[in-house]
Design a protein around this ligand. Structure first.
Ligand SMILES: C[S@@+](CC[C@H](N)C(=O)[O-])C[C@H]1O[C@@H](n2cnc3c(N)ncnc32)[C@H](O)[C@@H]1O
Length: 230
């Protein structure tokens, strides 16, 4: 297990609560991704779920799209174990497969009808690695297939981002976290995030082989984009 894999694997314990503490609007994220994809992916489409984590995308999409099939990719086996448990309990196991590792390591051969990258790319450095990840996803998509990306973004040196960060913390506090928990949780999380601007995200998508790049979502510093494999 490499260093990154170990970090993500450790994060599995308590993930489902921690992510809701970080994003009190977490429950809206996956239905929003679903709404973007439903009209674009054919009814028997195959979706590549990158950073599948504990299964949120597959659970949400699987319920309402009875013939979609999924491949969930994630380097953290403990996250995938939790995903499998929930997906089985939801009766979706037959339509979901899993790959432990990175998109770069996926076997070639299958081209997917759509992909998601939900709250993953912000953990990846902008030193060529974000671009490599997006290029790898593009290489596994059919031409014209959509990618839905959700990512924390912004430039923390600007007053605009500072305003959003402050409001984001207030929302966590309003949702029930004590201020000390808000501050300590955010301090830790923000250190792991490689923030870039929305413009940079759009540039990376274009460079990686996507076109018709469009932002459809923003709550505080979390943004949602759709883009299509050129
Ligand atoms: C914040 S979780 C998001 C999980 C899920 N998409 C959700 O919405 O709850 C990030 C996940 O991305 C995985 N991950 C981190 N780097 C990755 C990479 N380069 N490729 C694929 N998955 C990655 C982590 O192991 C973790 O499970």
């Amino acid at each position: 297990m490499d260093f990154q894999e170990e970090k993500y694997a450790k994060g599995a314990t308590g993930y489902d609560q921690r992510i809701r503490n970080t994003f009190p609007f977490y429950e809206t994220i996956h239905p929003t991704m679903n709404a973007m994809l439903r009209g674009l992916v054919r009814s028997d489409g195959q979706l590549l779920i990158v950073g599948a984590g504990t299964g949120a995308e597959i659970l949400e999409f699987g319920k309402t799209n009875p013939d979609w099939r999924f491949l969930g990719v994630d380097p953290a086996q403990p996250m995938l174990d939790l995903a499998k448990e929930k997906i089985e309990a939801a009766g979706l196991s037959e339509r979901a497969s899993f790959f432990k590792g990175y998109v770069d390591d996926l076997p070639t051969g299958t081209l997917y009808d759509g992909a998601t990258l939900g709250m993953v790319m912000h953990f990846v450095a902008d030193d060529g690695a974000k671009l490599k990840l997006l290029r790898a996803i593009a290489s596994h998509l059919n031409p014209g297939a959509p990618l839905v990306l959700m990512d924390a973004y912004g430039d923390l040196t600007t007053p605009e981002s500072q305003l959003l960060l402050a409001a984001w913390k207030h929302q966590q506090n309003l949702a029930g976290l004590k201020w000390e928990q808000v501050e300590s949780g955010m301090k830790e999380r923000m250190q792991g995030i490689h923030f870039v601007s929305g413009t940079r995200i759009e540039q990376l998508l274009a460079e990686a082989g996507f076109h018709r790049v469009q932002r459809f979502f923003q709550i505080f510093m979390l943004g949602g984009w759709i883009a299509f494999r050129a």
